[in-house]
Design a binder for this molecule. Structure first.
Ligand code: SF4
Length: 382
């Protein structure tokens, strides 16, 4: 039996967030036997890419990380808040938008992993990964605490504490994981790095076109637990998914990395039924009228191209030019070109596209491609 706690946050002020995180961690069994004096402990937020605002629900609140880091310090260990944002995204820009700079000014260690030395490590029991390039700091820490934000994901339904581990590898490896199989590859990382605890920021999450372009959801919750599979299972049920609908949770449970079986999870604090709030799925987010625009992804199409394309469509809508994109089929990343579409109605984006896609007259190179170039291609230019 494992325990997952759920605690309501009374507001967004620092003392309110701190109190909720402390209560959630304590109710879930505490960190005392996991974090010992002298340890170096990584607090790993989800800082996918620079969001439109700190309250967009796309990234973990610095106040949640701060509260976890304080708990680590009180146990005599050294916390380091560390992340490498999505492929092509500037981690420092995310840190600025989200307010992590203030934590630095207060003396907290906040590290952009993309600036760290890289290290090649073997993955002993990987399903799709045998070796991976990670960062020197990741190999030096004694424990990892995953601190994601609760949000939907255009490929994986939801992104929570397990998916958050993808930020521990380089941009090149992030892409390789997408190509090898994002779900199994991420579970390989979980099995290798063995995070010891999860604290989920559900204060403001995101629904719809997550993991970056979704709509904020003010849920006012913090979840915590030692079994990351169980924590993600409970979080996804709150979001209105069956735990098995989230492929990474399911794959991790099948590999014995935790349980998603409700009969093996003791949920303490707020009952799931009292806080459940069905999150709008990606495909249900109708802010962009995509009628007449066909988007083709594959499992290898990563966040860079997916979000770049969506934000380009948002830009076109804002400019009043979205109508120009109607009638186009957009092939993103390494996806096959659908049969029967005339070449003049095809746009392909992303340098990792298949050869036939890269030979199209309207091919937008870049990894990830630039929004301006995507908009130009969809507006009739190349
Ligand atoms: S081109 Fe796009 S899909 Fe391919 S690796 Fe780069 S960002 Fe990902």
């Amino acid at each position: 039996m494992t325990r997952v706690s759920k605690v309501r946050v009374d507001g967004r002020a620092r003392d309110q967030v701190t109190a909720a995180v402390r209560r959630a961690v304590s109710m879930a069994g505490d960190l005392a036997d996991l974090v010992r004096p002298g340890m170096l402990v990584m607090v790993k937020p989800n800082l996918v890419a620079a969001p439109p605002s700190a309250e967009a629900g796309a990234c973990t609140s610095p106040l949640v990380c701060q509260a976890v880091a304080d708990l680590v310090s009180e146990l005599g260990a050294t916390p380091v808040i560390a992340e490498s944002s999505a492929r092509g995204a500037d981690t420092e820009a995310v840190l600025r938008v989200m307010g992590y700079e203030e934590l630095r000014q207060q003396g907290y260690q906040v590290v952009d992993l993309k600036k760290d030395k890289t290290v090649r490590v073997k993955i002993a029991d990987g399903n799709v990964l045998r070796e991976i390039t990670t960062f020197a700091l990741v190999t030096r820490v004694d424990a990892i605490i995953s601190v994601p934000v609760m949000k939907t994901h255009d490929q994986g339904q939801a992104t929570l504490s397990l998916k958050n581990l993808k930020g521990l590898v380089t941009d090149v490896e992030k892409r390789r994981i997408h190509l090898e199989g994002m779900f199994e590859g991420t579970v390989d990382l979980v099995g290798h790095f063995k995070p010891v605890f999860a604290v989920v920021d559900g204060i403001i999450g995101q629904e719809g076109m997550g993991p970056l372009m979704g709509l904020p959801v003010e849920l006012g919750l913090v979840l915590a637990g030692r079994d990351l599979v169980a924590v993600d299972a409970v979080a996804s049920r709150i979001m209105g998914f069956e735990a098995e609908e989230v492929p990474i949770t399911k794959a991790a449970a099948e590999r014995g990395l935790g349980t998603l079986d409700p009969s093996h999870i003791e949920v303490v604090g707020e009952p799931v039924a009292a806080v459940r709030r069905r999150f709008i799925r990606c495909e249900e987010d109708h802010r962009i009228d995509r009628e007449g625009i066909t988007i083709v992804h594959s499992e290898g199409t990563c966040t860079g191209c997916r979000n770049g394309l969506l934000s380009s469509l948002f830009d076109m809508r804002a400019e009043g030019t979205l109508g120009r994109a109607r009638g186009f089929t957009i092939v993103a990343g390494p996806a096959a070109i659908p049969e029967g579409v005339p070449p003049e109605r095809l746009v392909s984006i992303g340098s990792c596209g298949l050869l036939e896609a890269r030979r199209l007259p309207r091919f937008v190179r870049g990894c990830p491609p630039n929004n301006v170039d995507i908009v130009r291609a969809l507006s009739g230019g190349v």
